[in-house]
Design a protein around this ligand. Sequence first.
Ligand code: 6R9
Length: 834
Amino acid sequence: MGTLASGISPLPVCSSLSLGNSIRDRSNRDASGERVSNCCRFGSTGSVKENCHSSSYSPSPPSSSACRVSPSAEIKSSVSSCRSSSASGKFFSGSGFRVGSLSGSGILSLTSIRKRSGRKFAVHYMAPGPEAGFKNGRLQSAASEAELTKIQQVEAHFQQETQAVSAGQYVVEDAEHTLVEPSDEFRKTALIPSLEKYDALYKESVKDPDAFWSRIASEFYWKEKWEVNDGKIHTENFDIREGPIKVEWFKGGKTNICYNALDRHVEAGRASDIAMYWEGNEPGYDSTVTFGQLLELVCQVANYLRSLGVKKGDAVVIYMPMLVELPVAMLACARIGAIHSVVFAGFSADSLAQRILDCKPKVVLTANGVMRGAKLINLKSIVDDALAQTKKQGHAVETCLVYGNEVATKKEETAWVGERDVWWQDVIPSQASRSEVEWVDAEDPLFLLYTSGSTGKPKGVLHTTGGYMVYTATTFKHAFDYRPGDIYWCTADCGWITGHSYLTYGPLLNGATVVNFEGVPTYPDAGRCWEIVDKYKVTIFYTAPTAIRSLMRAGDEPVKKHSRKSLRMLGSVGEPINPAAWKWYYEVVGDSRCPISDTWWQTETGGFMITPVPGAFALKPGSATFPFFGVQPAIVDENGKELEGECSGYLCIKASWPSAFRTLFGDHSRYETTYFAPFKGFYFSGDGCHRDKDGYYWLTGRVDDVINVSGHRIGSAEVESALVLHPQCAEAAVVGYDHDVKGQGIYAFVTLVEGVDYSEELRKALVAKVRSQIGPFAAPDVIHWAPGLPKTRSGKIMRRILRKIAANQIDELGDVSTLADPGVVEQLIELKGK
Ligand code: 6R9
C-alpha cells in the first residue's frame, strides 16, 4: 500500500459482491420448483445457470458465496452487453421479446431476451458458437434450424417464468443483472431518448470538451464572451508531477449566476411564473414565490449587503434554516459578487466559529429560531456563542442580520447584541427592489462550502462561477429529464452541496419551479412527503437513501394513501442506495412508472458525475450507471494503474469538468495532496467502485470505511447491504473494532422494522444472512440493537460515533451536537451488550 496517502484504506476484496446480489429472494423457488440461485437465470433445459462476475481486481480467491462459472453445453448464461464498448446495442423485437445482439469481434450471438410488458426483469442467455444466423442485430433467414429451435425453447421457458414472476412467486434478485428500462411513454418525450444519442453526445464531450461546453454555455447570458486560445476555452493540470494543479473554464467570460437564474427568466416574460413553493415544518404553513417576487427579494438583500460595504470577493456566512430567505441570501451574494459560505444550521457553535474564523466575514445572516419536527432549535443563541468565540480569537463580525422566525421564537424572547444585531424585517423590506448586477469573471469565486476530511479541520471547498453555472444547469436538465412545467422537489438542505447545486442554482437556472421544505420527512407522520407531492403536483422528487429507508420502515400504507400520480422521475443522492431500498422506491413510491436517477457526485465535484440519463438506457437497481457528459472516470488499483473492463478499485477522474472545485480555501497544497497526490495524473474521489461487464458503475462507499478482518477486506456497505436483506432489518451501520485475533472485528448496529422485537433468534438469523450473502469471514461479531442511528441532518451516518461506542470509548464521543437527534447516542450506549 506504499503508494497510498495516509488515511486511504485498501479496497474490499470483491466489490461485485457488495450490492449486486442483494435484493431479497422471496421464496427462492422458480416455477418448476427448483432452487433459484442468487439471481434469475434459466437455461433452456430449465436448470439453474449460475453466472460469474468475479473481479479482475480481486487479489484473493472468490468467497464461498461468489458465483462460479458453470458453463452449459447448451446455452451459456451471460450478462447482456447493452453498453460494453464492443456492443452494437441494436435490438429487434418479436412476439413481445427483445433480442439483443453483440457484434464485437464479428461473432454475433444472442445475448438477451426480455419481456417488455408486465414486470420488468432481465434474463440473459448466450447462444452457442458463432451464430451465422445473426447479422447486425437482425435474424437472417440463414439461421440454422437448431438455432431457431433453441430460441423457441428459450421463449417458451421464459414465458413460464414470466407468469411465475407476475404471480408473485419470486422476485428477480440480482441487481447487477436486472435491467429496468424506461417505459415507451417516458422515452417518447425524453430529451435524450436513446443510447445512440447519449453515446454520440458523450463521445463528443470527451473528444472535444471545448466545443461541447462552449455550445451549451452559449445558451446562458454572458456580458462578455470567454477567451478562446487555440480553440481551447479551458486549461487544466491534473498531474502533480507537471506542476501546480490548476483548473479554469470560460476564463475571461463575464457573467452573473443570479442574473441567469432570475433576471433572464423575468426578462423573458416569466415574472409571474412560480419559482418556489415553500412548505413549512407545520402542515398548513406555506407560501408561493414567483420569479418576479424572488428577484425583488434578492435585490433588496443585495442592496442591504452593499449598504454595509460588502463587495465583490468578500465572504458572507449564512447560518439559516430552510426558509425562502436562505436561497435568497445565497443569490443576493452571487448578485453582488460576494462569496457565500453557507453553514448548515445544525452545526454547533464551535463548528460555526471555526468556519467564520477561516473566511472572516463582515456579516453573518441567520434566523432567531426554527422548528424541526416537534423540536425547537434556538439558532440565535448558537450564533451568539460562535460570534463571542470569534471575537475572542480576533475576528469581530460587524453585523448579524437576524430573520425573525416568529413561528419558532418570539422576537422579544431573542437575546440581542445591540450594536451588532439587526432584524431582517426592520431593514430588508425598505430596500429598493432593483439592484445592479455585478458582472464577474467566470473564474471569480462563487461560494465556499466546508466539508469534512480525514483530519479534524474541515476543508473549504471553493467553487467558481462560470463552469459551475453551466454544469449544474446541464446536469439538472438531463439527469432529471427536466422540461418546462415540471414541479421539482429536492429534500436537501442548502447547508449541503445538494441544496446549492440542485435546490437553488441548477433548477433556477433552468427556470424550474422548486419545492423548498422546511421540515423533516416523517413529521407529523410518515405520509408527509406524499402529501406534499400531491399538494404541489410534484413531478420530480429527489431525496437520499436514508430518507427512503426510514419511510420504507413505516410500510407501504402511508405511501399508498396518497395518489402520487404527478410523479414522473425520482432521484437519489448521498450514499449508495441498496437494491432493496431502490426497489421499494421504484415500485411503491413510483408505482413502477418513474425512472430513478441515482446520482453520484460530491461537494468537490459541484455537480453530478455518474448518473443515469433516464430516457437513454436501462437502469440497474443500486448502480449510478454511466458518466455524465464530459466526465472521464477511471478505476485504478492501489498502484494507480488504470483498470479496464470489469473491475473494482479506486474511483478517479481523468480530466477536469466545468464545475470541478478549484482549490481548498486558503490551502492549495492540501487540495493537491488530498486529491491529486494519491494517484498521479488523476483526481481521486475517495470512493471505491466496481464496473460490471456491461460498463455500469457501482459505488461501494468511501474507502475509509473498509474493515480488514483476518486479512479479508470487507466494505462496511457490503455487510450493511447483506443485513438489510433480512426482512426484519430496516437499517444497518457497520464499523470495525479492534479484535485480538482477527485484527479487526465487525460490529453491526441494526435497526429493526417497526413492531419487531429483539431476540437471540433474530440475532442469529442476521449473522446467518451475512454469512450466506458474503461468506463466513464477513459474519458480524457483534449485533448491537439500535432504535435509531446517529445521523447528520443530511442523513449521513456518523460512523465516528459508532466506532467509539463499538470500542467502548464512550467518554471520547466528541461533538454530537451536529446530529439530527443527539438523543440516539444515549439510547445506543444504554443498549450496549443487550
Ligand atoms: C452529493 C454529496 C460525497 C460522498 C461521495 C460518496 C457518497 C454521494 C452517492 C454516493 C453512492 C451515490 N455519495 N452520492 N455514494 N452513490 N449516488 O453527497 O456530496 O456530501 O460531499 O458526499 O457521498 O461516498 O464521496 P458529499
